[in-house]
Design a protein around this ligand. Structure first.
Ligand code: ARG
Length: 456
């Protein structure tokens, strides 16, 4: 018989049981649910709301269930709706009458909100750790490539020379921001909501601060209606996850592109590529493609929950049970994606020679050529025009700027001197970009050092 069946004249239709049961997916909250109940029962005993001996029995019973559940010894009952009712029924089965006192001053509405917050706090910390590992790999690779020149792109057209370290530390900035977003999402989840009851608090003298202390929460919720119906903390997690997946996806897209025969900037390790069932020559970057694809799924989780929440009147409504599958799916997808991406990145070979060669083609030093003329006293707008004409000339001759002789250069503008040749080398172009944030090795080193400090 259902725990709430007192006022019902007949059993729930089998279709309904199947439709509204959440045990298949909320059983993963068992740890949080039991810890939450242990704290609640402890406080009930301390406050004299239930007899101390009962509180002790409950706590001991719950600890036993927790241990068994951790060892996978419990088969959750599908006819028992959700994890909360499963644990409560099992407790009463094991310890008898005292178990029936556990739910005093509590509702599943505040209970499920508590459990989900505890799980979200943990998920945020876990993601912060995964991001830290990824950032360390990125920083190590950047450190080794401070002087590896490569072309920087805008519009996927060669633009100006940069270094591989500079490119990689752009991703460092993105993942540092992601880490901060997960820290803040963890903070949003860090509110203890028990005591909200079904919606309107409770008549028992609960010590909410004590429960918060027992469960390691830093504050308690300040409105019981909001306590049971707030899922912003999950949306914070889901939006942080979506943005993080977007960053991973952009990185994957670049690796896929760089791995093409046309670019050849990277070589994927055999352990992180797959073959074709028909084309014997193929070695495909499936891992990167799949992360890019799974990004859509995490966005879907975010949009799903935003849409679930948008029309719900206060306070709890069953719609909110739909929060868990989106959240768990996004969490699992993100954890797997981050883990496999970091492992893959460690094994990627960057072809420095191809990158450096790529930097010299496509007139990536054209801006530097204009800047050279500016240093010789030519106004920038005039210098831009002269170099544009030079580029057009080189295109017809199939030459690079540095292939021209001084005489040829002088025929475009008399300000060109012998020193132009040293000035326009890729190395010089990178080294002269020496202001904070720019690709000069000294500046990238400073960015790496600053990132490492933030990672402690
Ligand atoms: N399984 C429910 C959920 O996940 C628990 C809360 C149910 N509360 C209720 N009054 N039906 O949201």
């Amino acid at each position: 018989m259902k725990l709430w069946a007192g006022r019902f004249g007949k059993a729930t239709d089998a279709l309904v049981d199947d439709f509204h049961s959440s045990i298949s997916f909320d059983q993963r909250l068992f740890e949080q649910d039991i810890q939450g109940s242990i704290a609640h029962a402890t406080m009930l005993g301390e406050q004299g709301i239930i007899p101390r001996e009962d509180a002790e029995k409950i706590v001991a019973g719950l600890k036993g269930i927790l241990e068994d559940a951790r060892e996978g010894k419990i088969t959750w009952q599908t006819d028992s709706e959700d994890i909360h009712m499963n644990v409560e029924s099992l407790l009463t089965e094991r310890i008898g009458e005292a178990g029936k006192r556990l739910h005093t001053g509590r509702s599943r509405n505040d209970q499920v909100a508590l459990d989900t917050r505890m799980y979200a706090r943990k998920a945020c910390r876990e993601t912060e750790d995964l991001l830290k590992e990824l950032l360390q790999v990125l920083l190590d690779t950047a450190q080794e490539n401070l002087h590896t020149v490569m072309p920087g792109y805008t519009h996927l057209q060669k633009a100006q020379p940069i270094t591989l370290a500079h490119h990689l530390t752009a991703y460092v900035q993105m993942f540092l921001r992601d880490r901060e977003r997960f820290r803040r999402a963890g903070e949003a989840a860090d509110v203890m909501v028990l005591g909200s009851g079904a919606l309107a608090g409770t008549t028992y003298p609960l010590n909410r601060e004590r429960v918060a202390e027992l469960l390691g929460f830093s504050r308690i919720s300040e409105n019981s209606l909001d306590g049971v119906s707030d899922r912003d903390f999950l949306l914070d997690y889901l939006s942080a996850a979506s943005i993080c997946m977007m960053h991973l996806s952009r990185f994957c897209e670049e690796l896929i592109l760089w791995n093409t025969n046309e670019f050849r900037f990277v070589e994927m390790d055999d352990g992180f590529a797959t073959g074709s069932s028909i084309m014997p020559q193929k070695k495909n970057p499936d891992v990167a493609e799949l992360i890019r694809g799974k990004t859509g799924r995490v966005y879907g989780d975010l949009m799903g929950l935003l849409t679930v929440m948008k029309g719900i009147p206060l306070a709890y409504n069953k719609d909110m049970q739909e929060d868990k599958e989106s959240f768990f799916d996004a969490r699992d997808t993100l954890v797997k994606s981050l883990t496999v991406f970091t492992a893959m990145l460690k094994t990627v070979t960057f072809r420095k020679d191809v990158m450096e060669k790529g930097a010299s083609g496509g007139f990536t030093n054209a801006t530097d050529c204009a800047d050279y003329l500016v240093r010789k006293g030519v106004p920038f707008r005039d210098a831009h025009k002269v170099v544009g004409e030079l580029v057009a000339h080189c295109l017809t001759e199939d030459k690079a700027l540095l292939d021209l002789t001084l005489e040829e250069l002088k025929s475009f503008h008399p300000a060109f001197e012998q020193d132009v040749f040293g000035d326009l080398s890729m190395k010089a172009c990178v080294e002269k970009r020496n202001i904070p944030g720019a690709p000069a090795p000294e500046q990238v080193q400073a960015a790496i050092d600053s990132a490492r400090k933030q990672l402690v």
